[in-house]
Design a protein around this ligand. Structure first.
Ligand code: SF4
Length: 305
């Protein structure tokens, strides 16, 4: 297999782009695709400070690496959830983030928030205590992560939070929301979620990157990452949709990309519109002052009561 650019040995075939690239040209393409996505959606500029949420996985570490190489002012944020099942998932994830810094960017800043140390309980125990999530702590976990990320971004004066969501993640959520006609979620699904009354701006610079491309990038760059998923992700609905979409992609290359990009185009052109959270007002929580739609206390503060 030959590189489409110069005839050397290709290491990856990207059928949806009709390209085969060698290691050097692939890394060049990957970085430039991320830069084009940041510019196209006006995510942030070089004068902005950006907080990148890292989990120790391939997507978030690849994103941190690319943003640093592009010269953006990015700092990493790792939230230790206290998930110890499967040989200490949280500890291994943190070790991967630390190894990334020491091996690739020793000057990079990594903020670490340990949920148990800061708030008193790890996520699985908290979910069990509150009897939330039917055996899985994911709803509690999502709530805590959103709160902590927003607090760090607000207190640290960051212009945006960047996450490593890739095209496969976005398409799986899009399919799920479309099949269930979750119009509120469809309205909010976008590469950029604007800042709103104390809620930090959120951006996804990898929305044009397939998951296998992020994996290839980390491999070529020699970035170690945690291969295993969170033990609670096993059997998740998102993974089920990802499998379905991969089968579709095998039959029709570019199907995932088409689905996602056409959705964005239709929405941006106004040919499809959803009523987005109109009339829902945010106000500061009495305890933590983060924005909430609930009464006196936000869902996070109620969780710890
Ligand atoms: Fe949290 Fe794991 Fe659930 Fe993801 S799969 S929301 S990391 S508990």
């Amino acid at each position: 297999m030959k590189c489409s650019k110069w005839g050397g040995t290709a290491v990856i075939k990207m059928r949806q782009h009709r390209r085969r690239l060698c290691a050097n040209h692939f890394v060049e393409w990957f970085v430039s695709m991320t830069q084009r996505t940041i510019e196209k959606h006006g995510m942030f500029g070089h004068a902005d400070r950006v907080l990148v949420a890292v989990s120790g996985g391939k997507d978030s570490l690849a994103l941190w690496d690319v943003l640093l190489r592009l010269g953006y002012q990015v700092e990493g944020m790792y939230i230790s959830l206290g998930i110890d099942e499967d040989l200490g998932y949280s500890d291994t994830s943190l070790a991967m983030c630390r190894r990334f810094v020491s091996a690739h960017h020793p000057e990079a800043v990594l903020h670490i928030v340990d949920v148990e140390k800061e708030y008193g309980q790890p996520i699985p125990t908290l979910a069990r205590t509150k009897r939330r999530g039917r055996g899985k702590p994911c709803s509690v976990c999502g709530l805590v992560k959103r709160h902590v990320m927003n607090r760090l971004a607000r207190d640290g004066g960051f212009a945006a939070i960047a996450t490593g969501h890739n095209l496969d993640d976005e398409v799986a959520v899009l399919m799920q929301n479309t099949l269930h006609w979750q119009t509120g979620y469809l309205a909010r699904q976008a590469p950029v979620l604007a800042e709103r009354e104390g809620l930090a701006r959120k951006v996804k610079p990898f929305v044009r990157i397939y998951e296998r491309e992020a994996a290839a990038y980390t491999l070529i760059r020699g970035i170690d990452y945690i291969y295993d998923e969170c033990p609670y992700a096993k059997g998740s609905t998102t993974n089920f949709y990802k499998d379905l979409l991969n089968q579709l992609e095998l039959r029709s290359s570019g199907a995932k990309q088409q689905f996602y990009l056409q959705f964005l185009r239709a929405r941006d052109s106004g040919s499809m519109s959803f009523a987005a959270e109109q009339g829902i007002e945010l106000h500061p929580c009495r305890q933590c002052s983060q924005p909430t739609t609930a009464g006196d206390l936000c869902a996070f503060c109620r969780l710890w009561e």
